[in-house]
Write a protein that binds this ligand. Structure first.
Ligand code: SF4
Ligand code: SF4
Length: 207
């Protein structure tokens, strides 16, 4: 029948409109900002940098490898690598980002930076209330604002954060096992140097 779809659509609208007076389920409008819709687990807005522990600077996982900067399609990441190194979360000496900025007015939330990062350092945040009256400086997010704790990550993406924690724990265990094996091999070599091997029994008999 001609116009059947329109009539069905209008009927559904009328059902929701009248039903919203008696059922909260049919009231789809929220009084934002007082009321907020819950975030979906896979919601993503702009990237942030994860840090472990209490110190946002010392605990940053980022080792300034600059892969994300190279791979970012609109080139909105700007990194300056440190000149010195410091101990990272695995107990190894690593570079760190002296500067790490993201221009979120250019970022297209593609998540490529997250996918290419080999160190679980950069993740997508769900924060979306970032409007600013300053088109340039107001939307250039710098390292101190980008640094957010692993607890924040666990809160916004619990499933992904658990996977990331497990991957890092496996990495740390691997590094520790290698360090232990190296230390044992070193100790063995040193002991062998101090105590020269006893002469073979035939050599003693010949004397
Ligand atoms: S989400 Fe995409 S556009 Fe935004 S910083 Fe990462 S790679 Fe660049
Ligand atoms: S966020 Fe990851 S990919 Fe980007 S520089 Fe840091 S360690 Fe490298």
């Amino acid at each position: 029948m001609l116009g059947e779809g329109i009539i069905k659509g209008m009927g559904e609208t009328a059902r929701n409109f009248l039903g919203s007076y008696v059922s909260k389920k049919r009231l789809t409008t929220l009084q934002y900002p007082e009321e907020r819709a819950p975030q979906f687990p896979n919601a993503r807005q702009f990237p942030f940098l994860v840090y472990d522990g209490e110190d946002p600077e010392q605990g940053l996982r980022c080792v300034s490898c600059q892969i994300c900067e190279k791979e970012c399609p609109p080139k909105c990441i700007y990194i300056v690598k440190s000149k010195d190194k410091r101990v990272d979360y695995k107990g190894q000496m690593q570079f760190y980002p002296a500067t790490f900025n993201i221009d979120i007015s250019v970022c297209m939330s593609c998540q490529i930076c997250v996918e290419v990062c080999p160190f679980e350092s950069i993740k997508m945040d769900t924060e979306f209330e970032l409007s600013s009256t300053d088109r340039f400086a107001g939307l250039l997010v710098r390292k101190p604002q980008l640094a957010k704790s692993n607890d924040h990550y666990r809160k916004i993406h619990p499933h992904d954060a658990a996977e990331s924690d497990a991957a890092l724990a496996a990495e740390v265990a691997k590094v520790q096992a290698k360090a232990k094996a190296d230390a044992e091999a070193k100790a063995k070599a040193a002991a062998a140097k101090v105590a020269p091997a006893a002469p073979p029994p035939e050599a003693t008999l010949a004397k």
